[in-house]
Design a protein around this ligand. Structure first.
Ligand SMILES: NC(=O)c1ccc[n+]([C@@H]2O[C@H](COP(=O)([O-])OP(=O)(O)OC[C@H]3O[C@@H](n4cnc5c(N)ncnc54)[C@H](OP(=O)(O)O)[C@@H]3O)[C@@H](O)[C@H]2O)c1
Length: 291
């Protein structure tokens, strides 16, 4: 079974690479911008013709949430046109597409966890381009899984956890917003789920039973604010720092973020029969890896 991974040098791409050894029946083809630019349709066609993947995991994205406000065309090209290209090339090759989307497609006005069926209403350029990417896939190729996730961190690349650890080494005190509520996601847990979906889908293909294509939510279990997340990182690392909770208005950013973006994971747990780790336990594992 050949699985082609786009954006393989990013944090989710590297997380997939870090667990690939546990899936010996899968032959992974890792590509990033240099090998396959998802915004270049002919480039995608030629890479697919060479490797003939049965599955494609699209982790490639424009993820600079604030910068996207001043680079909307670039963000749209990578987050919307890129997925559209992949959907079309997957259709040409009968390849199943797994695509990653975000909690930022929601406006954050809910008080209860978002379901896959809730109506998106992005408040940022990044969120809008990610929603456009979802729609482009849905309009072009049925055989897809769109996995929406939130607050992704890992031992790889840049993310909130690594920023907190760096800032703690430079400062004695830190202020972090405590009125944005969500759930952290260890990228390695997300990687495991994506590969479980592929395995389960492959088994279904063999048995010719129906596949469960569509949209799924995935994050770790639990609910917290960015302040809680930072506090837990420092607690687990026994870092003494003066940490203060602040409201969003005291930390203005170019992009508006949802005040509440907890995702309901009932569907993914039921369909793929998975258990999900609590975010604090998964953080423990990640910090251990970092050591
Ligand atoms: N990070 C989060 O908190 C978060 C939250 C929710 C959802 N997500 C979604 O999760 C997915 C994975 O995110 P991540 O954190 O792993 O992102 P990431 O670390 O930014 O990785 C994205 C990768 O895609 C590459 N890339 C950019 N443009 C490309 C192109 N045209 N063709 C091929 N590759 C290209 C990037 O290369 P360069 O670095 O050279 O640009 C980078 O290696 C994304 O879909 C993201 O929207 C992330």
């Amino acid at each position: 079974m050949v699985v082609l991974v786009t954006g393989a040098n990013g944090q989710l791409g590297q997380s997939i690479q870090s667990i690939a050894h546990k899936y010996p029946t899968i032959q992974f083809v890792y590509t990033d911008f240099q090998e396959m630019d998802i915004t270049n349709f002919e480039n995608c066609q030629s890479v697919f013709a060479t490797h003939k993947p049965q599955f494609c995991i699209n982790t490639a994205a424009y993820t600079a949430v604030d910068k996207a406000e001043s680079e909307p065309e670039k963000a749209h090209l990578i987050n919307a046109v890129g997925p559209e290209n992949l959907a079309k090339v997957c259709k040409e090759n009968n390849t199943i597409l797994l695509h990653i989307s975000t909690d930022f497609i929601f406006d954050g006005t809910s008080k209860i966890p978002y379901l896959e069926s809730d109506v998106p209403n992005p408040k940022s350029v990044y969120g809008q381009t990610k929603l456009d990417g979802e729609i482009a896939i849905q309009n072009n190729w049925d055989k897809h899984f769109i996995v929406r996730t939130s607050w992704v961190y890992s031992q790889f690349a840049n993310n909130f956890m690594k920023t907190m650890l760096r800032l703690a080494s430079e400062r004695d005190s830190l202020s972090v917003v405590n009125d944005q509520i969500g759930t952290p996601t260890n990228a390695v847990d997300l990687a495991e789920v994506l590969l479980k979906i592929i395995q389960s889908c492959h088994a279904e293909l063999v048995s010719a039973s129906p596949n469960n294509f569509g949209v799924y939510n995935f994050s770790n279990e639990g609910i917290c604010s960015w302040y809680d997340f930072a506090k837990e990182i420092f607690n687990q690392k026994s870092i003494a720092i003066n940490l203060s909770p602040i409201p969003t208005e005291s930390y203005p950013t170019p992009a508006t973020r949802p005040a509440y973006s907890v995702l309901d994971k009932t569907k993914i747990k039921a369909v793929f029969r998975i258990e999900i780790q609590d975010w604090k336990d998964s953080l423990k594992g990640c910090l251990k890896q970092l050591n």
